[in-house]
Design a protein around this ligand. Structure first.
Ligand SMILES: [Zn+2]
Length: 481
């Protein structure tokens, strides 16, 4: 029996980000805008690996990679080489992937970077490489039961960067935070949009103290990472707890069933028979080129955060949460420019709006909310037309329907009730149906809250809370005498 609760977890990530700002693939002129297209329509002899075809490197991909390397504090190589990673698998029609490598004479485009998480924690980045995306294989049902595999090569040859970290990450939560930061950097640089399906994916190496390293592949979105890691850690710990060994292997994350399944016993790196891609000359990156990219560097998350704090006077915590999602930060800025209390607005966006999006499992772009409607809703709370509580309901409704606050309020009769006579009448009813509560409230001011609560409940939270309070108290006074 091994005690497993305190065992240290080490996670290293290989993050793949498609360079979605490119118009064409990495080595050919096929359009990179493949998502809505029928399978196998964005292909040519180069990305299909027809003998005799030659790759030509997409210059913009290199510029993107330099920007990313600079943003991740990496050393950029003055000379970089492309390598062939040989493997026999239907997703790569050439039977090799053009990638980069850091051993056997290989030089990736950048090395030795780091990214700080929110606290003091630093995740080291060992290398950044440019490579092509394989095609996409899909299955009927699950990978284990499907009779056939369907291959779509529209994705084969799409430009990717791979960011490889040291095993510095110690929990699934840290992995999620790290990936959020990477996504935010990519979006601030304008090189990769995390909103596009499958544009950011990752593989994870997980080892638990006393066990062997297991690789989990096919984590198809950053959202899935925490889930996949949690499953794998639990699986490994229970093996260790029952005295089993953990073998080195590659496992597949099955998103539908939320389990990892064994794919194959992990191949060693030599199995890939890396060697230099002879069809591409070594790439020289001059100091001037690096300087040029430095000068064209857009605002990065850190600078964006500082600007939000000074320009809108919002808290550091809120600014930090906003910039993790560039679209959310832009939504905030557009709203804040038209509203007099940006701090309050920040709380609504970081608090209620974010948690609704999370609950509904959608991205901001998929919600139907417009900045002007959120501002309008806050103004309705400010002028007393609705309560804050109703505001929350309204926000949810606006997210789903895209209707304006006025439209929803009129439709659902959400306006605050400040009709004294009507509230008096309801209070009367409450007092006669809760005689004991009335007796208690006369003796104990704390018990008044129950009666006010009943009144709020009867009006579905729409009674003006101050008025409700004063009506109940007045009535208690007359009940005493
Ligand atoms: Zn092509």
């Amino acid at each position: 029996m091994v005690e497993t609760t305190e065992l240290k977890v080490k996670i290293g990530l290989e993050v793949h980000c498609q360079l979605t700002n490119l118009k064409s693939k990495l080595f050919c002129s096929c359009s990179s805008d493949y998502r809505q297209s029928p399978p196998n329509t964005h292909v040519c002899p180069v990305c299909m690996g027809t003998p005799g075809s030659l790759p030509v490197l997409n210059r913009k991909a290199v510029e993107d990679a330099i920007l990313i390397a600079l943003a991740l504090n990496m050393q950029i190589s003055n000379k970089t080489i492309f390598y062939r990673k040989n493997y026999f698998y239907p997703d790569m029609p050439k039977n090799f992937q053009i990638s980069q490598y850091d051993r056997a004479g290989g030089i990736p485009i950048a090395k030795n970077g780091s990214k700080k998480l929110d606290g003091e924690k630093i995740v080291h980045i060992s290398r950044l490489q440019i490579e092509e995306d394989p095609g996409k294989i899909s299955y009927e049902g699950t990978i284990e039961t499907s009779k056939s595999a369907f291959v779509d090569y529209n994705r084969a040859g799409i430009a990717l960067v791979e960011i490889v970290t040291d095993p510095d990450i110690n929990s699934p939560k840290e992995a999620r935070i790290f990936l959020q930061k990477i996504r935010s950097i990519m979006e601030h640089l304008g090189v990769s949009s995390g909103e596009l399906e499958g544009s950011m994916r990752c593989d994870a190496n997980i080892s638990i103290q006393g066990g062997t390293r297991v690789e989990v592949k096919n984590i198809s979105s950053f959202k899935e990472v925490e889930r996949a890691l949690n499953f794998e850690i639990t699986r490994q710990k229970s093996l260790l707890r029952t005295g089993h060994r953990i073998g080195q292997e590659t496992r597949h994350w099955d998103e539908a069933r939320r389990v990892t399944i064994s794919l194959r016993v992990k191949e060693e790196e030599e199995d890939y028979r890396y060697f230099p891609e002879a069809d591409l000359v070594p790439l020289t990156i001059s100091e001037e080129e690096i300087e040029r990219q430095k000068n064209s560097m857009p605002e990065l998350p850190e600078g964006h955060m500082q600007r939000l704090m000074t320009q809108y006077d919002i808290s550091r915590q809120n600014a930090m949460t906003l910039i993790d999602n560039k679209a959310l930060a832009e939504f905030f800025e557009e709203s804040a420019d038209n509203y007099s209390h940006p701090d309050l607005l920040g709380n609504w966006i970081v608090g209620d709006l974010l948690s609704y999006l999370y609950e509904m499992d959608i991205e901001l772009k998929d919600a139907k909310l417009m900045p002007r409607d959120l501002v309008k809703m806050l103004e309705l709370i400010d002028d007393g037309t609705i309560s804050g509580k109703i505001g929350k309901e309204l926000l949810k409704e606006m997210l789903i329907t895209g209707k304006s606050p006025d439209e929803i309020i009129n439709q659902k009769e959400m306006r605050r009730i400040s009709d004294r006579e009507y509230l008096n009448q309801l209070t009367e009813e409450i007092f006669s149906s809760h005689p004991q509560a009335v007796k208690d409230a006369i003796k104990d001011p704390k018990a008044v809250r129950f009666l006010v609560g009943q009144l709020m409940k009867k009006t579905s939270g729409k009674a003006d809370p101050q008025l409700a309070n004063s009506i109940v108290n007045e009535k208690l006074k007359t009940s005493k005498t």
